[in-house]
Design a protein around this ligand. Structure first.
Ligand code: SF4
Ligand code: SF4
Length: 444
């Protein structure tokens, strides 16, 4: 089991050797503030007095990666205030990154080149800064599946019709993104590679019990790292389902080019690939993912377009300064420049997902909220979807309420689709922020 460097772009990522593979450690979410290179660098923020200012400010520092020359212990210099006032009395200083201290980010030292990454950080301040200024989650909330902190009846969502079955192929990924909600990386195998045989069991259950499933969605990690993905796609498409694969369109996907072309030839429009692009601006995308990842993703996207695959793109709302209209306009320019046939005005073809941050305070959803918000519980993902996962060390896969909460045990509903058909109490900040108030949808 070889560890894989983040920058290696490997086509094969083996699960790390944990030494106790049978130990049944279920999951290990890895909290990060600003993590790069698979956890080797973990930035930490600490308050300090802003020179000449009355408010509270933050400095972002990171220990040295271990390469290059020294920079006073490798600290990233905080040098320039990029957000004068997010909230009264609070400002945020962006790191000015020196390549000697942080060699993976190949930008000129801002001491001599004041542009570069500073400009990117400045433009992405809405992403990096709000959770510093936002009110933290009230710890009394989201404790009781039945009642809210105020004692009101918590909303729940019944499975109205199982239309989409999501399959998590495993959490390993060829890269490590700062914003990855599932904490994927070349080392996180909390969710193990699911096998084609295990998926077939669920496809058999769908057929036997006549579940009204129309689409099977594949997510990860990077699904193309799972060697059995082409076999799984063949099984799904061969049984007449639509298939949707979420991918970063980088090297692991291209390594399955021949198999993908054969699947497209046999099944055409029933296979959709949804490519993740954090932002239409290469600098901002690479800031979140890794240097060069934008170019590779766009190259993969353009290849898919040339070969006639049905395509969707997933971006992020609220990333950078732009509002949604400007974001869609930016993506439209990118698609036109590369011949990518995705309608940037279509909210499903170009999905812009709200940010997910379970640390920020959000209202709890009660049964009264449906009418107040004029929203139907049937519009939420957990009314029409479930996700199959295989936890590391587990004997068999499990079925979760949705794709968004892979590590919270209260959203693991059973081993079979039948067991997982029960209602889901909305007892997590993501339920409120991302689904009910954020309006996210995941497939069409
Ligand atoms: S490419 Fe996707 S799965 Fe991989 S780390 Fe980034 S966001 Fe997570
Ligand atoms: S996060 Fe959304 S889809 Fe998942 S259980 Fe909560 S409301 Fe349902």
């Amino acid at each position: 089991m070889r560890p894989v460097d983040v920058g290696d772009q490997a086509d094969v990522v083996e699960p790390p050797d944990h030494g106790d593979a049978a130990g049944g450690v279920a999951f290990e979410p890895q909290p990060r503030l600003a993590q790069h290179r698979g956890g080797e660098v973990e930035a930490r923020r600490r308050p300090f007095a802003e020179p000449g200012g009355a408010g509270k400010a933050y400095r972002v520092e990171a220990p040295r990666v271990g390469q290059g020359g020294g920079q006073g212990g490798g600290a990233v210099h905080a040098a320039e205030s990029v957000t004068p006032a997010l909230t009264p009395g609070v400002s945020v200083l962006a790191p000015t990154v020196c390549p000697r201290a942080w060699p993976r980010i190949a930008v000129p030292c801002p001491a001599s080149h004041p542009g570069g990454v500073l400009a990117a950080v400045r433009r992405s301040r809405r992403l990096t800064a709000p959770h510093l200024a936002a009110r933290p989650l009230d710890p009394a909330k989201f404790r009781d599946p039945a009642l809210t902190a105020k004692g009101e009846v918590r909303a729940s969502v019944a499975l109205s019709a199982l239309r989409t079955l999501w399959v998590n192929t495993g959490t390993l990924c060829n890269i490590t993104c700062r914003n990855c909600y599932i904490e994927s990386s070349p080392r996180n195998d909390a969710l193990a590679y699911l096998s084609a045989a295990e998926l077939e069991g669920y496809l058999d259950e769908i057929a036997r019990d006549e579940w009204p499933v129309e689409e099977i969605g594949f997510t990860g990690g990077e699904p193309f790292l799972n060697r059995e993905l082409p076999a799984m796609l063949g099984a799904v498409l061969g049984r007449g389902f639509r298939a949707l694969v979420l991918t970063n369109a980088m090297k692991p996907m291209r390594n399955h080019a021949a198999a993908l072309l054969a699947l497209r030839e046999a099944h055409g429009e029933r296979l959709t690939l949804r490519v993740s692009l954090d932002h239409h601006d290469p600098l901002l995308h690479d800031l979140e993912r890794q240097e060069g990842s934008f170019a590779q993703a766009v190259e993969g996207l353009a290849w898919l377009a040339r070969e006639g695959f049905r395509l969707h793109v997933a971006g992020r709302a609220g990333f950078g300064d732009a509002d949604e209209a400007a974001m869609r306009a930016g993506f439209a320019r990118l698609f036109a420049a590369h011949g990518i046939p995705v309608d940037a005005a279509d909210p499903v073809a170009l999905m812009l997902f709200p940010e997910m941050d379970a640390r920020v305070d959000v209202p709890e959803i009660t049964t009264a909220c449906w009418s107040i918000l004029k929203k139907s519980p049937d519009s939420l993902m957990c009314a029409s979807a479930r996700m199959v996962v295989k936890r590391r060390g587990a004997v068999r896969p499990a079925v979760l309420a949705c794709t968004l909460l892979p590590y919270d045990p209260q959203f693991e509903l059973g081993a079979t689709l039948a067991e997982a058909a029960r209602p889901v109490p909305l007892n997590h900040p993501h339920c409120a922020k991302f689904c009910v108030l954020g309006g996210a949808a995941c497939s069409r």
